[in-house]
Ligand binder design. Sequence first.
Ligand code: 13P
Length: 264
Amino acid sequence: MNKLYFGSNLKMYKTVADTVAYLRELAQRTADIDRKEVQLFILPSYTALESAAANTDQACIKLGAQNMCWEDQGQFTGEISPVMLEEFGIRFVMIGHSERRHVFGEADTEENKKVRHALKHSFTTLLCIGETAEEKEFGISTEVLRTQLKIGLYGVDVKDAANLWVAYEPVWSIGVNGIPASVDYAESMHYEIKKCLREIFGEAADEIPVLYGGSVNLGNANDLIVQPSVDGLYVGRAAWQAEQFERLIRNAKAAYEEKRKTAD
Ligand code: 13P
């Protein structure tokens, strides 16, 4: 069985106490799930990372930061560097989330600097990409995704592909006003992403997990996870209660196993 990836970006919602309680409950609820089959990961707010790391076995739930600076130190007021994350035992970072790009105006060239710096520190580096509704309307989704990948991963050494993850999160599908992507649409974009990754990294690309995010919920998770080019689900709102996230993971894993059984 291929490993399935399930994770959640906690955005700017949970306090330190909320985060620790959530992680404890999630660890307890998922304790019996084989971590060779499921990679579980959570990205809390910066302020919660130290307590989260102190209270979590990262072999069970990998912890990551939601963003990072492209330098170790310097005149970057308000930024956090990989050295500071490492102090807390954090060696995983997300780069280029839709809200970083569209609320805070980050560009592909900045994401590229961050990706390269995270990889220099041998962090697991999750690059998020996704087209806007307007770009989809113009029929240029594939071109946009290819651009985000080619610039975002520019200059990345093939040996670092082993530390790379990619999340496809169409901008129009994320958050309270988001419309979930149809399963066929998500699969076709994932297929294009994997094709582009192969152009960049050759065979090493086959080891890069490509996760879908954007209004994933209990109603669509099973159909998404069984798609051939979808390696995992990156969940916001539907994961922020441990009980609900546990249910989503167990259901999706069962749907995946069922599909594998019927395919054999
Ligand atoms: P939602 O699942 O709430 O749409 O958020 C997804 C997301 O932004 C994950 O990074």
